[in-house]
Design a protein around this ligand. Structure first.
Ligand SMILES: O=CCCCC(=O)O
Length: 492
């Protein structure tokens, strides 16, 4: 498997989507710091050498975005919507090519890549529609001669830092509302997956996005770009998806300029199966949640709590289903369920969590702590007898490990589920209506999936509480993150 090379251009219907340069001010530019390598995690080969921008080039991109923003904000919502709609149409027309680029650099199976292309595009379609609905407000005056207006205006230049696990959707979920609101945008994609972002820029240019309005700054150093975004006064909004650890650093840096920030940070999602649940449905939901992108998402189930009455049945059925999942290279085979892990370090973390659990009495009923597959592939594992003192009870594993905790009492499981600094996604399966209502209220999470393992959609507000973040993305609320309210008091 590892001796294969990826001639990605030859696999595409439109090879011009494969763009190794950064996109700044409507130009495709080389990096003053040279290039950095992008590798295929399924094969280990280098698939592209991408422009490595210097910090000064990132500052220049911000200047270009700043210069372009004023005019873009003057366009009507309908005019901006037309460009966004065209961008959406082009993305969907190139869904398969974009999927191949994503699978090549990220590793997820083609069904997930093409699914993510559609999911990412859905934010552009949704916010194209919202561009026309940025309504202000008239508030009854506080004195007879006073009239009060509230207008909503774009914040200005918005800058994003996004992760490798969703190379398109995490950019579009931020860029689409920003652009719809009249902001200009500077995107810094993860160094592992810049080609999906530059392909988006190719299509933005074709859609008629004015120069400087949407920029992609490729760089091997997220900390340098992060500093520039935080220290450059022309950036008025920072939007980040990534770890809580990095989010804290960015928030500290952004504090000096009291910069507006949205943070979509780490999770530690509980997935609870109550005795009255439909166990087969819960198994399917657990697979959808736990093994999406091979466990590498911030909303993946991290801790699976199963009530005693259905614990053994659930464990057996989950083991049976997971052992049928096919691991493989998504560019070589169509029916792959699980791709490679993004890096060797990501595998180390899964192994550490399995070893820690074993040392504390957990039983590995599927898989092992050994890395006995090629390259970055790692076989999925299930552990029974998981307990709250094991590392995964507090830390995100971010990989294909499903630990099963046994519980007896509903109050206990809610306390255990909430016993974390995180509060992004949570899930539970139950039928009793009052239980459903009560548990949904008591889980301290921004997102609760009830009898479903999939909660992501452009029409709902995605985001976390506690140390999982600030702000919401998607839905009509998502555009507010890129708007300022101005109150006008008029004496008549
Ligand atoms: O890692 C977090 C990405 C969020 C994926 C989603 O939108 O479901």
């Amino acid at each position: 498997m590892l001796d294969k090379t990826t001639d990605l251009a030859a696999m595409l219907d439109d090879p011009s989507l494969l763009e190794p340069h950064a996109f700044v001010g409507g130009q495709w530019i080389a990096g003053d710091d040279g290039t950095f390598e992008v590798t295929n995690p399924a094969r280990g080969d280098v698939i592209a050498e991408v422009s490595d921008l210097s910090r000064a080039q990132v500052a220049d991109a911000i200047d270009q975005a700043h210069a372009a923003q004023k005019d873009w904000a003057r366009w009507t919502g309908k005019e901006r919507a037309a460009v966004l709609r065209q961008w959406f149409d082009l993305i969907m027309a190139n869904q398969r090519d974009l999927g191949k680029i994503m699978t090549a650099e990220q590793g997820k199976p083609m069904t997930e890549s093409t699914g993510e292309v559609a999911y990412g595009a859905s934010f552009i379609e949704f916010f194209a529609e919202e561009a026309k609905r940025v309504y202000g407000e008239q508030i009854p005056g506080h004195q007879r001669d006073k009239r009060i207006l509230v207008m909503k205006q774009p914040v200005g230049v918005a800058a994003s830092i996004t992760p490798w696990n969703f190379p398109i959707a995490m950019i579009t979920r931020k860029a689409a509302p920003a652009l719809a609101a009249g902001c200009s945008f500077v995107a810094r994609p993860a160094k592992e997956t810049p080609l999906s972002a530059t392909a988006l820029a190719v299509l933005a240019e074709r859609a008629g996005m004015p120069s400087g309005v949407f920029n992609v700054v490729t760089s091997s150093s997220s900390s340098e770009v992060g500093k520039e975004f935080c220290e450059n006064a022309k950036v008025r909004k920072l939007t980040f998806t990534g770890s809580t650890e990095v989010g804290r650093i960015l928030l500290k840096q952004a504090a000096d300029q009291v910069k507006k920030c949205s943070m979509e940070l780490g999770g530690n999602a509980p997935f609870i199966v109550f005795d009255d649940a439909d166990v087969d449905a819960a198994v399917e939901g657990a697979i959808a949640s736990k093994f999406r992108n091979n466990g590498q998402t911030c909303v993946c189930a991290n801790r699976i709590y199963v009530q005693a009455g259905v614990y053994d049945e659930f464990a057996e059925k989950l083991k049976d289903r997971v052992s049928q999942l096919k691991i493989g290279d998504g560019l070589a085979e169509d029916d792959v369920d699980l791709g490679p892990m993004i890096t060797a370090e990501a595998i180390d973390k899964v192994q550490e969590h399995i070893r820690d659990a074993k040392s504390k009495g957990g039983k590995v009923i599927l898989g092992s702590d050994q890395h006995d597959a090629d390259g970055n592939f790692f076989k999925p594992a299930i552990i029974t007898g998981a307990t709250q003192d094991m590392a995964f009870a507090q830390e995100e594993t971010f990989g294909p490990l499903a630990p099963l905790f046994r519980f007896e009492d509903a109050d206990d499981v809610i306390a255990m589920a909430n016993d974390t600094i995180f509060g992004l996604a949570s899930y539970f399966y139950a039928k009793d209506l009052s239980r459903v209502w009560k548990v949904a209220e008591e889980l301290e999470y921004g997102i609760v999936g009830v009898n479903t393992g999939l909660i992501s959609t452009e029409v709902a507000p995605f985001g976390g509480v506690k140390q999982s973040g600030l702000g919401r993305e998607g839905s009509h609320h998502g555009i507010d993150e890129f708007l300022e309210m101005k109150y006008v008091c008029l004496s008549v």
